[in-house]
Design a protein around this ligand. Sequence first.
Ligand code: GAL
Length: 658
Amino acid sequence: MQLTRVPGLLFGGDYNPEQWPEDVWAEDVRLMSEAGVTMATVAVFSWSRLEPREGEYDFGWLDRVLDLLHAHGIAADLATATATPPPWLVRTHPEVQPVDAAGTRLEFGSRQGYCPSSPVFRAATTRLARAMAERYADHPALAMWHISNEYADHTLECFCDESARHFRAWLADRYGDVAGLNDAWGTSCWGQHYTGFDQVAPPRKAPGPVNPAQLLDWRRFCSDALLECFEAEKAVLREVTPDVPVTTNFMSILPGLDYWTWAAAEDIVSDDAYPDPADPASHVAVALSYDLMRSLKQRPWLLLEQAPSAVSWREVNVPKPAGMMRLHSLQTLAHGADGVMFFQWRQARYGPEKFHSALLPHGGTATRGWQDTVGLGRDLANLAEIAGTRTTADVALVFDWNSWWGLAAPESMPSNRLDLRAMLQAWYAPLHERGIAVDLAPPGRDLSSYKAVIVPNLYLCTDEQAKNLGNFAGRLIVGPFSGVVDEADRVHPGGAPGPLRDLLGVSVDEFWPLAPGTAQRVRFADGATGNVHDWAEWLRVDDAEVLARYDDGDLAGRPAVTRRGRATYVSCLPDDVRPILDPFLAAAGVEPVADVPAGVEACRRESADHAYLFLLNHGTAAADVTLRRPGTDLLTGRALEGRTTLGPRDAVVLRTAR
Ligand code: GAL
């Protein structure tokens, strides 16, 4: 289901009119129109205003807000308003508030204070969602439903008795009987054999490390429990407004929720992204998230929140320097977004976010921020035709939440320094630097459209996933500590790489984590050397060619990087993966979308008739790019060909014929 009610690219942000006297609203919508805003996200935290007492609704103010927006041609991304339960609910039903792992029930006074398993909370949210849907089903401003807000931001898990009951039911459903649970959790270890589900509890604070299989199922359960909350509201919205698309805003690459599963339940994927302006490489980290968002449903997605300048929740909140707000916005489009929205429209006067930047700053229309807002509105209008266009990638990075969760089990791994996000970034950054389009893919997805697939890590690998990778006909790289355990965190018979052994032609004799700060050298067949960090393995080669060997220390002379046919195994974490990546890409026939100097990002979107090349200069000096084909820069209307200079933090969106 697509968002069809708003043509072109979406532009706007969270709008919290309830924080302002009503006479300010007229100015809001007038300035929104002036800036070219097409959509506003409303009512995200409005539950206590919309339902001030149980079952008693006050929709009048929201009616007037939606009418005003519509009168100015602005659509609503209308929240179901269930992100923060109101005080009356919390006081009449204290069990709605979440409990932490040590058993403390959290207080009211912030936001997102709810137990995902609470039947009272769920009943109250679906009742409000129904009231909202019935009230606004026919309102012409309604373009999209926004369920709750950033699930798992503050509340990912609750350890209360109700959650325990829910967890047991989830386990009974998964394992059938307690024998199945004992088997999966390996409860013969440390004397944990259960004789009834009623003895099982969430992984509350215990004297020592908790069973890692229990932790893994808890992570799955917590993702599913919140998803049930989303789906319960969605079912109501579908019933009342079957044609209105539904989303909930994701939080980029987040450890808590399995977005592959979540995206399948959404009509449109949307994301919130807050790259740190103080980090000169933050655009690379967010690019990976944006590629994930596009890959989740293999379709355009929406950026629902970013900061126009500084946020308010870091230790030091550095503003975005001149040009960065525009450049970062264009970057989301380059990676497949069909809309650029912000938190928030008007800068707050009070509350925790009063110093968070906004499209309309405290200083009003005289400010630098307002100039940026108006400028971006113009840019987005000029780019309207890219809405709906697609990205084709030759490379996929395989990524799975189950491995992320498995790797994170405390006090039971060879090393706690294996961070899946960092392992993804290590391969992604040089691909990004080279202007190579990358999708992300879950390990079970059909990979046949790609020329090259990189699996930075697949600690948890099922037989089916191994078969899927084995069936892939292109070039494959598998990173270290992969194929180690099955879906229940049990080591595969014979050890790593388990079901990937035939594909890779190697066996891991022993994991060889490196002490913090230790450098281990590897030497490639051509004599070149490089360092690896944190991780190495004592490998036995069964049937593979050795591409690089460990060069010093206890592993000196042993294989480090191997290849069997099309499949390369990297048993370590290289400081620089390029000596492995470059020949691999060449052999796979993968080409960049443009030839770009360092600091210039290149991405391509395509329609049936046109290609749109985004060139984004993240550097603070001018950069030259030689265009392969002539075209028109949609941002300026200029015809460009050959050598083109991009100013600092400037961009080109070149339309060429296909
Ligand atoms: C998001 C949240 C918004 C706002 C924003 C500030 O996490 O969804 O409501 O708080 O952060 O950066």
